[in-house]
Design a protein around this ligand. Structure first.
Ligand SMILES: Cc1ncc(COP(=O)(O)O)c(C=O)c1O
Length: 446
């Protein structure tokens, strides 16, 4: 039977009736029904009751294999015993103080031991805050104001970082050689939007020209090695190396946002490419599921905050519960654990791509490490190397059907077309996932 979006939407609501009811009833007290709007999936959210290991359990009585993992946070799954134990024992000692506490130092030690470019760390409550903080460090260090970023790069929702994160062709973002900065939301002032130089991924000619033309004003370039929230695009190693050379020559602070990509390797994705940024933003998994963000980097750049030249304050910064949860998570993530995680994702990607090729489908799984993108392209064999490739060549309508159908069949992806793996997933889970994707793709092309 050929699937249509209309049918899938209908069956989605029939599968999750309590979630539909909760979405509708909560709108009288919470604008938009719930705060986590990014997880809006279909016509309504999927409300969760609990998470255990690789699974979430919904208020509709459904059990789903979690392939969102709170947008990549839960790398060792839900309610891991080591994290639960760490939180419980810390909570008994009190957990909100206007004093320093040393748990954050233990977490900082793990991060600085593992990530070569990170000599010093400062903690925040989210990566949005941390990205904002990193840009401020860079501005103080260079004495310059402008920010460079890639089209489709998401670095949180704050200020000029939220420019051109999710642009679309309908909004006329200019030529690829000079993308026009577009605010991601109403309420971002023009002076912030105009403060951004927007670059194109994997196109060193375009990047070099724009960086050189604006070098006197650009404080920092913030980037992901494999973008996540704005759509999966894996950068080429040679491109990243060239960016490092150019930014060094031009006195631009290079910030790698590893909020998600820290999942890729015990020493961070930067280790795979062998490129050291000046600053690294971390978040999500380093808090083991509790709110956190961090900026780390070379002592010289980080020194701008040492004497309060740069003032950054936060009531909850360095929170001991997030620190102990993060320590438990990172201690569980041994080098073998990364190999297993990345191996699972590679197995699914390679098997499904071989299958799709054989069938002559334009469906593809792409990206590296334990976060994959999936997309229905305009023709078989098409590659995604820039954010614009995604706009121009994918069929979002099919991606939407795919996400709805996966949820109906017991798999919870990131709705925009991402699969995020977690350590407790079994071989049986992975096989079930591959078989289910094949079944849905067959029905979409039927
Ligand atoms: C690469 C990247 N940077 C920053 C952020 C913002 O993180 P937070 O939601 O913790 O503010 C995200 C969130 O998805 C992200 O993926």
């Amino acid at each position: 039977m050929k699937l249509t979006l209309e049918d899938s939407l209908k069956r989605f609501s029939e599968t999750f009736p309590e979630s539909k009811r909760a979405t509708e009833s909560q709108s009288d007290r919470i604008t938009g029904s719930f705060s986590r709007r990014g997880s809006t999936f279909g016509p309504h959210g999927i409300f969760v009751e609990k998470g255990e290991g690789a699974y979430i359990y919904t208020i509709d009585g459904k059990k789903l294999l979690d392939l969102s993992n709170n947008f990549t946070v839960n790398v060792i799954g839900h309610s891991h015993p080591a994290i639960v134990k760490a939180i419980q024992s810390e909570a008994g000692k009190g957990f909100s103080f206007g004093n320093p506490k040393s748990e954050e130092y233990r977490l900082a030690k793990i991060l600085t031991d593992r990530i070569e470019s990170v000599e010093k760390v400062r903690f925040f409550c989210s990566s949005s805050e941390a990205c904002h903080g990193a840009a401020r460090f860079a501005r103080a260090y260079t004495g310059k104001d402008k920010l460079a970023k890639f089209e489709g790069g998401y670095h949180g929702f704050i200020g000029d970082l939220a420019v051109s994160a999710h642009p679309s062709p309908e909004r006329f973002p200019g030529p690829e050689t000079k993308p026009v900065p577009l605010p991601d939301s109403a309420g971002i002032p023009a002076y912030e939007t105009n403060n951004v130089i927007v670059l194109t991924q994997n196109r060193i000619d375009i990047c070099e020209k724009l960086l050189r033309e604006n070098a006197a004003d650009i404080a920092c370039l913030i980037m992901e090695l494999q973008s996540a929230a704005g759509g999966v695009v894996l950068l080429e190693k040679e491109f990243v190396r060239a960016i490092r050379e150019i930014t060094k020559e031009l006195g631009i602070v290079l910030i790698f946002d590893e909020t998600v990509s820290l999942r890729a390797d015990y020493h961070g994705f930067q280790n795979i490419f062998g490129v050291k940024p000046d600053l690294t933003v971390m978040g999500k998994m380093i808090g083991g599921g509790l709110p956190i963000g961090a900026v780390g980097g070379a002592s010289e750049v980080m020194s701008v905050i040492e004497d309060d030249q740069v003032r950054i304050m936060g009531t909850h910064h360095g929170h001991p519960l997030a620190a102990v949860a993060g320590i438990a998570c990172l201690e569980t993530l041994t080098p073998d654990a990364y190999t297993r995680l990345n191996g699972m994702a590679a197995r699914v990607r390679d098997e499904l791509n071989a299958w799709s090729l054989e069938k002559g489908y334009a469906f593809t799984l792409y990206g590296g490490h334990s976060v994959l993108g999936y997309a229905f392209m305009d023709k078989p064999g098409r590659q995604i190397t820039t954010h614009r490739d995604y706009w121009y060549y994918t069929i979002p309508h099919f991606t939407h059907i795919m996400a709805l159908e996966m949820a109906i069949k017991g798999y919870y992806p990131v709705h925009r077309g991402e699969l995020c793996f977690s350590l407790p997933m079994s071989d049986e889970d992975i096989k079930g996932l591959s078989d289910t994707i094949k079944e849905i793709v067959d029905s979409i092309y039927a």
